[in-house]
Structures are given as C-alpha cells and as structure tokens.
Design a protein around this ligand. Structure first.
Ligand code: SAH
Length: 217
C-alpha cells in the first residue's frame, strides 16, 4: 500500500524501527514491509506522534495502549506461517493499528472492540487509509463473531486468564489463534492450532497486555 500524501513523516525513523524488528528476530519480509509503510503516528494523539516509531507500547486513552511494534510484528508473523489466512478475527481493535497491518496482508479482517470511542476513531483512520476490507463491531470479544465464523486466524490483543472457549470454537480446522494468556500485565503469548486430531498449543514467551474485560464499556 502506498500511503504517501498522508503525512508520512520520518521515513528514517520508520526504517530504524524495521531494522530493530529484524534484529529482534522478525524475519517475514511481508510483515516488515507493511510495518515500514504503515503510518503508526496516525493512530496516536498528536502529542505522542513523535514517539510513534519507537519500539514501545503507547497510550491511546481510556486506559488502553497501542501494542509495542515488536509484538504486533511477532503476532502477525505467526498468523502468516503457513500462508495467508483468508479470514482473520481480531479481538481488541484499540487504535486500529494492528487491524491496519493485517488488512494489508490478508483478504478479510473482522475486528471487535468494547469501547465505542476507540472503535469510532479506528473506523475513521482505516477509512482515511483506504483499507476497506475490514468489518468492525462494537461488542464483547469473548463471544467472537459467530456470524462470520469459522476464521482461519484469530488474534487477541488483550489478555485473559484463559482463552474464551467461543474463540477456539470459531477457529477453522487448520487455523491458528494467537493470544496473551495470564494475569494482568504479565502473560505468555500462546498459540493454538486447530488440527483434525485436536488442538495443538505452544508458547512464544513473555508479553505485557492490558486485560480482556467483560461486557461493554
Ligand atoms: N490492537 C490494539 C491494541 C489495543 S489494547 C492496537 O493496536 O491499538 C487492547 C484493546 O482490547 C483495548 O482497546 C480494549 O478496549 C480491548 N478490549 C478489552 N477487552 C475486550 C473485550 N472483551 N472485547 C473487545 N475488546 C476488548
């Protein structure tokens, strides 16, 4: 996607960020290219925009955060391991940055958010970027999105003590779910793969996400 003309400032800062992601072990060229080209500063308040290309989580209001670029890259890369999934469900739209990254890599993105202010802002940003292959829903992500299930991939960007069972049920055979699991601010990034023979599960290491909350804000 070419986003030039949308205030694509600091190309050098973005190039540095991609270099850092590579040094940290992100190797999928598709993910690196999209992260180089996606204007992360447009997903932040102006006061924070100058920090947009640091590899750090940043506040987006309502006590929520835009995830650290390394974590966005890592989770995205995992979803693309066996080729491009057709339909991806995201729980926790937040700023819409992870949504925008996904929308440039897969045909169909579905994303659910429980804070309407964040969802409205994300909708506007995705529209401005011309990313039209995204459907957004104001709902509690614990329920997934039954109407469009099953999904070839599911990404949860807020942490639960356990994966909501509805999400695993909405994962297609051959599909993969990635989610932070554990107590507030100290979780393991867990991967679940649905096989015909059952669910395979492994862990990718420590992460720190805001909690997956119950109900609507
Ligand atoms: N992917 C986002 C990360 C935002 S932080 C980004 O790139 O900006 C996690 C988000 O999950 C927050 O916006 C929070 O409101 C949302 N969230 C928490 N619990 C939720 C739930 N049960 N259903 C839907 N969204 C939820």
């Amino acid at each position: 996607m070419n986003f030039s003309g949308l205030g694509m400032t600091s190309p050098r800062a973005r190039q540095r960020l991609v270099k850092r992601l590579q040094q940290m072990g992100v190797s999928d060229p598709r993910v690196l290219e999209v992260m180089r080209d996606t204007p992360r500063h447009l997903f932040l308040d102006e006061a924070l925009a100058s920090r947009a290309y640091e590899d750090t989580a940043l506040p987006i209001g309502s006590g929520q955060t835009l995830s650290q670029p390394f974590v966005v890259a890592r989770m995205t890369e995992v979803l693309l391991l066996d080729g491009v999934p057709d339909k991806v469900l995201e729980i926790g739209t937040g700023s819409g940055y992870q949504t925008a990254v996904l929308a440039q890599l897969v045909p169909h993105v579905y994303s659910v958010e429980r804070i309407s202010r964040l969802l409205d802002q994300a909708r506007e940003r995705l529209r401005e970027l011309g990313l039209h292959n995204v459907r957004l829903k104001y709902a509690d992500g614990h329920e997934g999105w039954p109407r469009y299930a099953p999904f070839d991939a599911i990404i949860v960007t807020a942490a639960a003590a356990q994966i909501p069972p509805e999400l695993l049920q909405q994962l297609a055979v051959g599909g993969r779910l990635v989610a932070p699991v554990g107590p507030a601010y100290s979780q393991q990034l867990e991967v679940y793969e649905r096989r015909t023979s059952g669910i395979k599960h492994y862990s990718l290491g420590g992460v720190s996400f805001v909690p997956l909350l119950e109900g609507l804000d």
